[in-house]
Design a binder for this molecule. Structure first.
Ligand SMILES: [Zn+2]
Length: 467
């Protein structure tokens, strides 16, 4: 790996005919000093000549994009590193053009619901991160086993003061005993605290009747989305909107899968409810009609729905009704996916896609004729704003961290689980053909990924919300 910074003494100049900036696509060069974007020059700019030196890099027609920010990653460290871990997850991120990830408070052990647990997690992942790394805290309701204590206002305030970028809750069973669902009663005291601090509530929005049971066995995939009904998502979103409006609390709906919830979302946004919405690559790429029977690689919650639904999600993304895209990278050991027996009902729900996030969406956005500027806004600028780091990250502009991705939009390649960097190689994207590939990734001006090779040492730092 070339150490650019050593060569030109703290400066770096990269030229490209397509630099994606907040002002549009620029043909010119990005000048970086001490890890910060100093200037973006148009190619006709006279000043650019003075900056050119033998060590300038010219990437030609390859894009220079802002580093992708993935606000929704399950890293699972400490406690479940046999599922994933900071080392492998951040390698996958770097190779996928993602320069900041935010870790979810589950499925690590302990779950990040207290300051002590946050400190334990920070200690566990320190020195291992190849990209910048933020933390969500979590709030939990009373557990049936009573082994866990319910969240308290004090615990939430401590997490906020420690710099968490969002607070995650489940409105339904999370699948983990130590992370029980939140109830209306807790949301009623939680939301005013978040509103005052300006920290958004990130919610897994499904309200599931108490007597509901997953069908078993599940052979045809369609049995899964039919049982885990769209109504569950719609009802949970209605509750969030109602309470968020009452408490003026910023709400972020994670992994929206159901397009028929969009009418409520649209109306709430129009009324001024502080509401943002995330969706995920699997909802934007797959469609239930095309998923083979007894293939648990495709299991996630909420389920992947039909093709028509997917079209509507893309439309909403373009119109700004959906604001961000997060991977919801949620791996587990292959044994928990029951691939040999195809036992869909028993399999853990979660899809691994961190490294493929950008190329998958780039490809699909092209099919939907969605402008690349809008796509990258949903994956960099808006997530930066949402997690409170927009003063440093999210776009290529003077004063921002030089988190840059060199992307070749012509290279054709095939996604192979074996070649991905995350711990377990099981992925429903196995074998799909993609056009466009990440060639280099820069983190604060340092080349951390270059065509399959990584920097010698991890150099990711923790990020906190700006106050
Ligand atoms: Zn998740």
């Amino acid at each position: 790996v070339r150490r650019i910074l050593d060569i030109v003494g703290g400066s770096l100049l990269i030229q490209s005919s397509r630099i994606l900036t907040p002002e549009g696509i620029v043909s010119g060069a990005v000048l970086v000093r001490d890890g910060i974007v100093q200037n973006v020059f148009d190619q006709d700019d006279k000043q650019l000549e003075n900056e050119l030196c033998p060590d300038s890099i010219d990437v030609g027609d390859r894009w220079i994009l802002p580093g992708i920010i993935d606000g929704h990653v399950h890293v699972n460290e400490p406690g479940r590193t046999e599922w994933e871990g900071a080392e492998t997850a951040t390698r996958a991120a770097a190779a996928g053009g993602i320069t900041t990830i935010v870790d979810m408070p589950l499925n690590s052990s302990p779950v990040t619901v207290s300051l002590e647990a946050l400190r334990e997690k920070q200690q566990a992942v320190a020195e291992k991160c190849r990209v910048d790394f933020g933390f969500h805290g979590g709030a939990v309701g009373p557990s049936r086993g009573a082994s866990n204590s319910v969240s308290t206002p004090k615990a939430i305030r401590e997490l906020i003061d420690a710099g968490i970028v969002g607070l995650k809750v489940f409105q339904c069973d999370s699948g983990l005993d130590e992370f029980p669902a939140i109830t209306r009663r807790e949301l009623d005291w939680l939301m005013p605290i978040l509103a005052e601090a300006g920290v958004p509530l990130w919610s897994h929005a499904e309200l599931i009747p108490k007597d509901w049971k997953s069908p078993n066995p599940i052979d045809e995939y369609s049995a899964w989305p039919e049982a885990r009904s769209k109504e569950f998502e719609r009802r949970a979103i209605e509750e969030l909107i109602e309470l968020g409006e009452k408490h003026s609390c910023p709400i972020h709906i994670v992994h929206l899968a159901t397009a028929s919830a969009l009418s409520k979302i649209r109306a709430a946004k129009r009324r001024g409810v502080k509401l943002t919405v995330e969706t995920c690559p699997h909802y934007l790429y797959f469609a239930s009609e095309h998923i083979p029977p007894r293939d648990p690689r495709f299991k996630c919650c909420p389920p992947i729905r039909e093709l028509e639904n997917r079209h509507l999600l893309w439309q909403a993304l373009e119109l700004g009704e959906i604001d961000t895209i997060g991977s919801d990278h949620s791996p587990c050991p292959p044994s928990m996916k029951f691939l040999d027996t195809g036992d869909f009902a028993k399999a853990w729900g979660g899809i691994s896609s961190l490294q493929l996030l950008l190329p998958i969406l780039w490809n699909t956005a092209r099919n939907y004729e969605m402008p690349i500027t809008r796509l990258i806004e949903c994956m960099a600028q808006t997530p930066a704003k949402l997690i409170g780091i927009e003063d440093r990250k999210g776009s290529i502009a003077p004063g921002k961290d030089a988190d840059l991705v060199v992307f070749d939009d012509e290279e054709i390649w095939t996604a192979r689980g074996e070649e991905l960097e995350h711990r377990h190689k099981v992925t429903p994207y196995e074998g799909i053909e993609l056009t466009g590939r990440v060639k280099q990734t820069y983190l604060r001006g340092e080349l951390i990924y270059d065509n399959g090779k990584f920097a010698d040492k991890p150099s990711g730092k923790f990020v906190k919300r700006s106050t």
